[in-house]
Design a protein around this ligand. Sequence first.
Ligand code: UGA
Length: 434
Amino acid sequence: MSRLCVVGTGHVGLVYGVAFALAGHSVVGVDVNATAIRTLQKGKPTFFEPGLEAALKRALKSKKVTFSEDIRAGARDAAVVFLCVGTPSRPDGSINTSYLKDAAATVGEGMRAASRYQVIAVKSTVIPGTTEGVVRPALEKASGKAAGQHFGLCVNPEFLREGSALEDATKPDRIVIGALDSRSARALRAVYRGQRSPRLATDLRTSEMIKYATNAFLATKVSFANELANLCDAFGGINVDAVVEGMGLDPRINPRFLKAGLGFGGSCFPKDVRALAAAGRARGYESRLLRSVLELNDRQPLRAIELAEQAVGSLAGKRVAILGLSFKGGSDDVRESRAIPLAKALLERGATVVGHDPEANGAFRTEVPAVETAPDVKSALARADVCIVHNDWPQWRALKAADFSGMNRKVVVDGRRILNRSAMKGVTLFVLGG
Ligand code: UGA
């Protein structure tokens, strides 16, 4: 078992830190955020992820995981250091690598005092060439050591989905290891020795690209399903789920990630597709496909408004309730949630907007303060003219006509195709995608 240091205790770093600890490694999770470190030391995750709190408590109890602000010491003592810091979008869509560069420099300072061979593995999502062009020089400069000689360098992308992140970390469908050289690869492979998942060995840039290619393809699949839903609506009388089921039986297609809705959100798909498109553009290649995927995704929330307007005409002065504010059911994360552009577009049209989400009310109010949030479905729907279902919390499936009885006009737009239609007698129901 190895001694590991995970730099960055966000959605990726914390989940991996806990998963590695439960697999028997000794892990220190380090972060510049002192408040986050203190919270984690008390066994409280800094975000909502099913099963994570119990797993964190177990890992702390076994003393296999600790948390510290001392990044240098964490890096100094580790055999493998995972860089899991954020690479946020810049306004032009490209990624900001400054946190990664700073983290690499601090890790490098810690490595100065280490006498053994160490491996640094980049888990942050980075454009091909970043590990060699940004991380490597920062590490070498700060440590006074040479990559490929005194220390190893790898790219080890993560494929965690919010909501099932722990399981994705412990039972991944594949482990991709991009390495500078065979010694780096060997050392990183040892960390995953206990896992049976298929492995792929590549160079650094290919692994960086695999992460983007995966998210761009999945986002394209979702946009394709949304395009189909819109086409089904244009034809009328065609149910997009049945179409997708028929397509998905073809093993070359498969039915997953073809669920139509109001667009994809979250901290990854929109940012990664934009970043790949921007990086292509910076290198002289304009990706028409990715541009269309993004354009469609920007338009898709407005489909709910078009459907609502078919029923009630202008939305000015109307009260519109949005059910589901997080980017997907099962999460409290509102980053790039399609409910944000949806709410803003409704406000622009002069509607009063009230939202409800089982976990994301507070975070959503910070994003769109002009939206009221309601503590439950009943109060969200009270006196509303229109209800738009935005995300896929499983509890929406159980809603019945009676739950909508407090509405002013019982007009419901199911933007996620999740409501039980047979339980909606007396409700004017519009379902995106037929
Ligand atoms: C996504 C990927 O699924 C993970 O594999 C990846 O590791 C992660 O990004 C990342 O790069 O870190 P996540 O953002 O948690 O994970 O969420 P998804 O479940 O992929 O959903 C993304 C968006 O697409 C959500 O808004 C969801 O509602 C939407 N979606 C997904 C659909 O509209 N239809 C679908 O069929 C699937």
